[in-house]
Design a protein around this ligand. Structure first.
Ligand code: FE2
Length: 202
């Protein structure tokens, strides 16, 4: 069984009024994410030891394995992007009370969380990702990874929310302005309902 591109959980123009236009989503989802899925399927087809394994299993076994770098890069990008679409919403920016409380408890305040997340996303050198995760100590924390890395690969904690800071995520809407893209995400696009749900299940 091969891996498939998941549908976006909203229409391609659903975030157009919120700083993520249809062109961005069509390129990012339909072209870039699809390319990772296609490449991953090609690599799995050529490597019987990967066949029948879940995406999560493939990411963990290929992480830090120099013979499986291409597998890790494409599998990681597929998983990360799938989680990224879940972290976006046409009703983004609204934060449920339960999540607000947890963020305030673990970061000091919601503003402090946003500041920490923004710093991580803005200072990720080159391509990568900023994550809100639930650490093994039961506390929410912010982390960042380069390229196709993720907290799933490192075993650092459970994913709650993720932001793609690869340039292909924002160059149409926020050319060369990653900081504005991050602010806009936190204020208008971030799916805090999904984050609260993931936290409840974590
Ligand atoms: Fe991306």
């Amino acid at each position: 069984m091969s891996f498939a591109l998941p549908s976006l959980p909203f229409s391609a123009n659903a975030l157009a009024g919120r700083g993520m236009c249809q062109e961005t989503l069509e390129l990012h989802h339909g072209k870039h994410h699809q390319a990772y899925v296609t490449a991953l399927n090609g690599l799995v087809e050529k490597n019987p030891s990967l066949q029948g394994k879940s995406l999560e299993e493939i990411i963990k076994l290929s992480h830090n394995n120099s013979e499986l770098t291409a597998v890790f890069n494409n599998a990681g990008q597929h998983w990360n992007h799938s989680r990224f679409w879940e972290s976006l919403s046409p009703q983004g920016g609204r934060m449920p009370g339960a999540l607000e409380k947890r963020l305030a408890a673990d970061f000091g305040s919601v503003d402090k969380f946003k500041e920490t997340f923004k710093t991580a996303a803005a200072t990720q050198f080159g391509s990568g990702w900023a994550w809100l995760i639930l650490g093994h100590d039961g506390k929410l924390k912010v982390t960042k990874t380069a390229n196709a890395g993720s907290p799933l690969a490192t075993g650092e904690g459970k994913l709650i929310m993720v932001l793609d800071v690869w340039e292909h995520a924002y160059y149409v809407d926020f050319r060369n302005r990653r900081a504005d893209f991050i602010d806009n995400f936190l204020a208008k696009v971030a799916n805090y309902d999904d984050a609260a749900e993931k936290l409840q299940k974590a």
